[in-house]
Design a protein around this ligand. Structure first.
Ligand code: MG
Length: 248
């Protein structure tokens, strides 16, 4: 069943999403060499609670933290650790918040200090691929169009697009239908309509391999070839005028 949000619910989602976007940016851009994921997770949780929200990920299917922090070859679902970030790392921050009963979800990947030019390019292109995906959002287009556009954009760079995980509906809970693939799914999946709310989240692997495997902590999703990865995400509402990015 595809859920339709009312105008009032979208207003709440936008209010919460903007707060969440600002928390994510504050935490992610403060990340420096020598800091730990645990520290930043604590900071993010405090900020969410202060804003009147509740971390969506903490306790979700047993996930222990507020933030997913995914370093280098870990593309998503990383558990914050006490291992300090190092110069040259790429660190992905993914965060969800329940606010006035509605959830939003957003992520970004940031460089720690100076990173390789290859890493810099991966960040730039992955971020752009999210924008390309979002540009497909409008009533009458299909969910499948999003991944199709992302794949078309990513292909010339030779990067791999993770296929085992995807974007998703969001709002009443942190994960709802439909599944929103980041590659061309070769089927339309569902027609977008006004009031649909989805999280779009391309997960990109620099080597061109798309395969991932779960790490020993049962959460970290790692590139099988241990190469660098990046991940960006926004929650987006379908409006009659096109995409409304909720988590900016
Ligand atoms: Mg998500």
């Amino acid at each position: 069943m595809l859920d339709k949000k009312t105008k009032q619910e979208i207003k709440i989602l936008r209010e919460g999403g903007q707060i969440l976007g600002s928390i994510l940016r504050t935490v992610a851009t403060s990340a420096k060499s020598g800091m730990t994921g645990i520290e930043l997770d604590k900071k993010a949780e405090e900020m969410i609670i202060k804003a009147g929200g509740k971390p969506s990920f903490k306790g979700y299917q047993g996930f222990p933290n507020t933030l997913c922090i995914s370093v280098n070859q870990t593309v998503v679902h990383g558990i914050p650790s006490d291992k300090p970030f190092e110069e040259g790392d790429l660190v992905g921050f993914d965060i969800g918040m329940e606010y006035k009963g509605m959830h939003t979800d957003t992520a970004m990947t940031v460089p720690i200090g100076k990173v390789s030019s290859e890493a810099e390019k991966l960040l730039k292109i992955t971020k752009q691929s999210l924008e390309v995906g979002i540009s497909q959002v409008k009533p009458g287009n299909f969910i499948g169009d999003i991944g199709k556009a992302i794949e078309k954009f990513i292909k010339p760079y030779g990067y791999g697009i993770v296929r085992d995980l995807a974007g998703h509906g969001v709002g009443r809970s942190i994960h709802e239908e439909p599944v929103v693939p980041n590659y061309n799914p070769k089927n339309k999946i569902a027609k977008m309509f006004e009031g649909m709310v989805i999280a779009i989240e391309p997960m990109i692997i620099v080597s061109g391999n798309h395969r991932v495997t779960t790490g020993p902590n049962k959460w970290d999703v790692n590139a099988v070839d241990n190469s660098l990865t990046a991940h960006f995400e926004h929650s987006v509402a379908v409006t009659k005028d096109g995409p409304l990015i909720l988590t900016e």
